[in-house]
Design a protein around this ligand. Structure first.
Ligand code: CMC
Length: 428
């Protein structure tokens, strides 16, 4: 017999269905609670609310487990390419060699952005933040592809919108970087795979083909894979909720980019490097900064530490920490902030404040050190997170549409003023 939960309210007992996921997660289904009882639930910040049933990513915060479509993140990060993982997330299974070839080919046919898009790039001040530019530019793409505005697209149309979104994102990101330098943009070239094309458009010169170091290509693939999805986080939930009103793919992804920008979410990777630099300039006394992070009267937080869901360790951080050592060694770079980061981690992991609150390094703690070693400026870090997260946002958006989920619209408990009569302005 199906398990139910009993709820006693005003001396009446109500039966609520219990549902179980494939990894044993259990939930009480309260979708009919208001009809049955007149009550809603209250969970500010959705700390304990399942917003959907999803088959994309599984995450166990206690055990430090992360899997995309059932495949452990460790295996994907070691063996796969970013574009293979993008296919996995979006279409549900790892591609065969032919499927991967066809996917790459389709992507390569859509990497160009409309020439008129360049006028938007020109409109931004050269020092404006790349995340603000990215969110605006992705939204602007909808103006050039009006067929994507149709609320009910056929499967083929939907797939074309997805291909265009993935293909053009790498071009837009690299052009933001080129424009920030005041350099001419580099056009995409079909002979390259997705990640190499992106790196060539970012670091290449107009007059000559540069050879991108394979170490850099591998590192970039790994970082993008580790960021590719993370179930119902702030930006993915934003993408789903915006898309649930039948907004087009560009508008939905643009909203996700805005959600990611904040320093409590993807913006943490920029904040971490800025913090480490500040600690270095201040003499490198990690104890002092740990004390500041613990002081409730000090707004300082240890950026790159803590996570809403991971309460043991963040498996992505484990992989990135090792990758960070490997990549810096291979590239022959000695970065002092890496030593500061390691010291901070060591001190924090022994400190009762961090231990009791289960605060561990997250994905953003070491990623910025790698991005910097690869040659990216600090304000591009969160844009790189967005490039990696794109397949996840698309997979979440597509799943929401395929499940025919209703428009997202939470309830509230109103606590404002009641029954006031309008007072003429002269009498206030
Ligand atoms: N430094 C110092 N104290 C912290 C930190 C930190 N980084 N993170 C949490 N705490 C404390 C917090 O003050 C609170 O203490 P108390 O119980 O005494 O009030 C307790 O730990 C619980 O924190 P919370 O803010 O209630 O936890 P949350 O689940 O709402 O927030 C978080 C999670 C990631 C926003 C938070 O840990 C944080 O602000 N971390 C720093 C920013 C960061 O690195 N963000 C990137 C997250 S991973 C990338 C991504 O996917 O977005």
């Amino acid at each position: 017999m199906a398990q139910t939960a009993q709820l006693i309210l005003d001396d009446k007992t109500f039966e609520l269905p219990v549902i179980e996921g494939t990894e044993g997660e259990k939930a009480i289904d309260i979708s009919k609670l208001r009809d049955q009882t007149g009550y809603v639930t209250l969970d500010i910040g959705y700390k304990n609310t399942g917003a959907t049933k999803s088959a994309i990513t599984f995450l166990d915060g206690e055990q430090g487990i992360l899997k995309y479509r059932g495949y452990p993140i460790e295996q994907l990060a070691e063996k796969s390419s970013f574009i293979e993982v993008a296919y996995l997330l979006i279409y549900g299974e790892l591609p065969t060699a032919d499927q991967l070839k066809a996917f790459q080919y389709e992507l390569s046919r859509h990497t160009l952005v409309h020439e008129d898009m360049k006028k938007f790039f020109d409109g931004f001040p050269s020092k404006s933040h790349p995340m603000g530019q990215l969110s605006s530019l992705v939204s602007a793409l909808s103006a050039f592809y009006p067929e994507s505005l149709k609320p009910s697209q056929t499967n083929e149309e939907l797939n074309q919108s997805i291909i265009k979104m993935v293909a053009k994102m790498a071009t837009v990101v690299s052009w933001i970087y080129k424009k920030s330098l005041g350099h001419p943009v580099i056009y995409p070239q079909n002979k390259y795979d997705y990640v190499t094309n992106f790196l060539n458009m970012t670091f290449g010169q107009r007059t000559e083909d540069v050879t991108i170091d394979p170490v850099v290509i591998d590192a970039m693939n790994k970082l993008l894979i580790l960021h590719a999805d993370h179930e119902q986080n702030c930006s993915a939930s934003t993408v789903r909720i915006v898309g649930s009103s039948d907004s087009n793919i560009y508008a939905s992804v643009s909203a996700g980019i805005s959600a990611l920008w904040g320093p409590l979410h993807g913006g943490a990777n920029q904040a971490v490097i800025e913090m480490l630099e500040k600690i270095k300039e201040d003499g490198g006394d990690t104890d002092k900064w740990i004390a500041k992070a613990k002081d409730k009267n000090d707004p300082f937080r240890l950026m790159g530490f803590g996570h809403r869901v991971y309460k043991n360790f963040d498996p992505r951080a484990k992989i990135i920490k090792k990758a960070c050592d490997d990549i810096l060694e291979k590239l022959g770079i000695n970065d002092e902030v890496l030593e500061i980061a390691k010291r901070l981690e060591e001190v924090a992991l022994k400190d009762p404040y961090f231990v009791e609150r289960k605060l561990y390094p997250n994905v953003d703690f070491y990623s910025g050190i790698i991005y910097r070693a690869l040659g990216f400026p600090t304000d591009m870090f969160t844009v790189l997170f967005a490039l990696g997260r794109l397949p996840g946002w698309i997979a979440q958006w597509k799943e929401m549409k395929e499940n025919k989920e209703p428009i997202g619209r939470p309830r509230q408990i109103y606590v404002g003023a009641t029954d006031k009569d309008y007072v003429d302005i002269a009498n206030r």
